[in-house]
Design a protein around this ligand. Structure first.
Ligand SMILES: Cc1cc2nc3c(=O)[nH]c(=O)nc-3n(C[C@H](O)[C@H](O)[C@H](O)COP(=O)(O)O)c2cc1C
Length: 88
């Protein structure tokens, strides 16, 4: 069983709709267990139990919104390691 956590932020509801649609699609696939949360309600300790994390953000001024940036900041140590290894 692959556990997938979907976290999103939304102002007008579009990103929430996309996130919920992705979760509905995954529920049709055997072997995928999903959970979904608004970024305002996410529990990072809970997220640690998942195999994959899908992050959804509205595009504001060419980048993710503040709530998603805060989420990424909270994961800063892991992100920094990824940047060192994978991202040029
Ligand atoms: C302050 C602000 C900045 C935005 N900047 C961009 C942008 O740079 N590029 C873009 O294509 N859309 C931009 N948009 C449009 C949003 O990405 C779009 O409305 C999105 O669907 C909002 O998602 P939500 O309904 O989940 O809040 C912006 C919207 C707002 C309110």
């Amino acid at each position: 069983m692959v556990k997938v956590f979907v976290v999103y932020d939304t102002k007008y509801g579009n990103t929430k709709l996309v996130a919920e649609t992705i979760v509905e699609g995954m529920k049709e696939v055997a072997g995928i267990d999903t959970a979904i949360s608004d970024v305002e309600e996410v529990n990072l300790d809970e997220v640690a139990d998942y195999d994959a994390i899908l992050i959804g953000s509205p595009n504001h001024w060419g980048g993710p919104v503040c709530g998603i940036k805060k989420l990424m900041h909270a994961c800063k140590r892991e992100l920094t390691e990824c940047i060192k290894v994978n991202i040029r």
